[in-house]
Design a protein around this ligand. Structure first.
Ligand code: ZN
Length: 683
């Protein structure tokens, strides 16, 4: 064995990943070993004389695939948060081999037969659920395909993984490549901390005295909201909304995603046909809570019709404000809308996001979040040590009555080489290990892209950032508080995609509760908590433009569903986007806008024909939260008893049973649309 193999940190899966030691050189040799192990395990359990017994299979196969999954998970995680050319090359070189193995495993006729042969009477309830999911996934994974169809199916999976990865790289590169150096004077209106950060960035690049603008959200968004210069906003808007498209200018034109998107759509369509479905949308909803694409489309249209009058009112208000208060006539430009909206919000509610931000320092917010989790779910959270990939990363453990429940990494700041957005990912799941008989506790990644603190001050979060943080922790709690012992249905594993956002969106509600919020604020300079008066204004502004925002989500969701249900993959998809906009949108973006070209959720993120899940689960989460509203004490503090029931029926249950059953066990009835419409001021 070479040194790379004997001392390869990716092969040490005894506990937490050795993030501080993993180097690009380790990837290929580790994958050689782990893929060979997994291959051998698969051959072994599919041999004719191997017993069709759940635990016997798990002891050999699940142990090997878990080791592979954990090592590959660490590599993909680093690829997302600490991208370098070397790591990217190593990741891309290994990706087809890893995908090939998972596809082969998921479509193995012999393994499918082995699982089918297991006597269900020998299984406990959790194992039965895991087995029935497995059988369903085998069918969707092509296990019933024969001969050429089977080979083609595998080739489609491999190619899809490659193309999606390229789509995602183009998006990141198109975002990272773009920079604009401007004089500080051009940034009139932009918050000082953002200006300071842009100046520091320019300084670093040897352009002292200038400000460096990028398309990363912590810069892009405040410029769009606050810069008084419409010309500057137009420049940024154009660059942002044409990223990775045919409309991108100059150097950036090489990142055009158009051909990749068409190929992805055509591949999915072909996959659906091979599996015996009319389109990919039908395949996508099989393991989901929604019964059919038609039901989803009807749900979205129903919600759109309820939201549209509110959206029209939102737009009319904005036009009137532009005219009367600012003396602007004519059509509103797309790059003026965020700016005008911010100004209207200020005028109407007389506060700014900027003012609010001063009270939300990252450490205080985190302490407040931890406090609510500790109180409501009866756990304690404390800092711990683990190998990390960047000095900004923190590591924590969650305990109940002195017993370890789960652990998580928290990586808050935005930086170069880190994918945008926020997400939760699993490092490992809760599992009563078949090899040792010991209980493996779950570990999660919580990744955000917050602005960094400037001038030695702690980072300031917008209220939206706070909501994002709570959202991702909702996923994290679902993953970490589970009490299921079977790996494939513990935590978020095995939970229907369109129900998986229930716990995350549920947590967002707490960001609007005074008893919660007042404990997690301290002004960055004075240390004063958020004044009640300011909170009341925020609350009044909460549903500002909620009609417009709802329609925007529906526009994306309907585009995604129709793209996979009705559209011929080989044709141009832009006309469909236009058609969807004509149907549901009240603001039609400029012709050059190519937001679909960076729509990573559906082209590289697993949300294909599934973006509706956010709205679908929002109905569930709003209705679940209403149970807390109904049982809160007179001061508005949430009921511990309701928290306990929610924890037991929703969080701890994980994928042990269908999401609808868990919901009904908690709520005592079927979900209803009422709470969502009421929460968003559209009742
Ligand atoms: Zn989410």
């Amino acid at each position: 064995m070479s040194a790379m193999t004997t001392h390869n940190p990716l092969l040490d899966t005894s506990d937490l990943p050795l993030f501080d030691r993993i180097a690009p050189d380790h990837v290929a040799p580790a994958m050689d070993v782990l893929l060979a192990e997994a291959d051998a395990a698969l051959s072994s359990v599919t041999a004719a004389d191997f017993p069709a017994h759940w635990m016997d299979i798990a002891k050999v196969l699940d142990i090997a695939t878990e080791r592979l999954g954990r090592a590959w998970g660490a590599v993909s995680h680093l690829n997302s948060v600490a991208d370098t050319p070397e790591l990217r090359a190593a990741y891309n070189a290994a990706l087809p081999r890893v995908t090939e193995f998972w596809t082969r495993l998921g479509s193995s006729e012999a393994l499918y037969a082995k699982y089918k042969a297991i006597d269900p009477a020998t299984l406990n309830a959790e194992q039965q659920q895991a087995r029935s999911n497995a059988l369903r996934n085998f069918v969707l994974g092509g296990a019933e395909l024969q001969g050429e169809a089977k080979t083609r199916y595998a080739a489609i999976q491999e190619r899809q993984a490659e193309v999606s990865q390229k789509f995602s790289e183009n998006t990141l590169d198109a975002t990272d490549t773009w920079a604009l150096y401007v004089d500080v004077a051009e940034l009139a209106g932009v918050p000082q901390d953002v200006v300071d950060a842009c100046c520091a960035a320019a300084d670093k690049e040897g352009q002292s005295g200038k400000a460096r603008l990028t398309l990363k959200i912590p810069t892009y968004l405040p410029v769009m909201q606050f810069a008084t210069s419409s010309t500057l906003r137009e420049k940024l808007y154009r660059a942002y909304t044409t990223r990775a498209s045919d409309q991108a200018e100059g150097e950036a034109a090489k990142y055009d995603n158009t051909a990749l998107m068409k190929e992805i759509l055509a591949l999915r369509q072909e996959e659906a046909k091979l599996l015996g479905y009319a389109n990919f949308a039908q395949v996508s909803v099989v393991p989901k809570m929604a019964e059919s694409p038609e039901k989803v489309i009807a749900f979205l249209r129903d919600l759109a019709s309820k939201a549209k009058p509110f959206a029209q009112k939102d737009l009319a208000d904005l036009r009137e404000f532009a005219q009367t208060a600012l003396g602007r006539s004519g059509e509103l430009k797309a790059w003026d809308i965020p700016y005008l909206s911010e100004k209207l919000k200020e005028a109407r509610y007389s506060f700014s996001e900027q003012e609010v931000k001063q009270y939300f320092t990252a450490p205080k917010v985190l302490a407040g979040l931890f406090q609510i989790i500790e109180t409501l779910f009866e756990v304690s959270i404390r800092k711990d040590d683990a190998p990390v990939w960047h000095p900004a990363v923190e590591f924590y453990r969650i305990e109940r009555a002195g017993q370890l429940v789960g652990q998580f990494y928290l990586d808050p700041p935005a930086r170069a080489g880190k994918r945008g957005g926020a997400w939760m990912d699993d490092v490992r799941g809760r599992w009563l290990r078949p090899d040792t008989g010991t209980l493996q506790t779950p570990v999660a990644h919580l990744v955000c892209n917050f602005a960094e603190g400037v001038n030695g001050k702690p980072p300031l979060l917008t209220h939206d950032d706070v909501i994002t943080l709570f959202h991702e922790f909702g996923h994290g709690l679902h993953h970490m508080l589970t009490q299921v012992n079977e790996r494939d249905i513990s935590g978020i594993s095995g939970v229907e995609w369109d129900a998986v956002e229930l716990p995350s969106q549920f947590m967002e509600n707490f960001c609007w509760e005074w008893p919660v919020l007042r404990h997690m604020t301290a002004h960055v300079d004075t240390g004063e908590p958020l004044p009640r008066e300011l909170f009341d204004k925020m609350l009044a502004a909460k549903n500002f433009q909620s009609g417009l925002q709802t329609l925007r989500q529906i526009e994306f969701a309907l585009f995604d569903m129709r793209l996979h249900a009705e559209h011929d993959g080989s044709r141009d998809f832009l006309p469909l986007m236009d058609e969807v906009r004509r149907e549901v949108a009240v603001i039609v973006p400029p012709a050059f806008n190519r937001m679909a070209h960076t729509f990573g959720h559906i082209f590289s993120g697993g949300y294909a024909a599934g973006y509706y899940s956010y709205k679908w689960a929002e109905v569930l989460s709003a209705d679940a939260y209403a149970a807390f509203e109904e049982t809160a004490d007179p001061q508005g503090a949430p009921s511990i008893e309701t928290g306990r029931r929610y924890r037991k029926e929703i969080l701890e249950a994980g994928g042990r049973r269908p999401a609808l059953e868990s919901f009904k066990a908690f709520r005592g009835r079927e979900p209803s649309l009422d709470a969502l419409l009421r929460h968003q001021g559209m009742a």
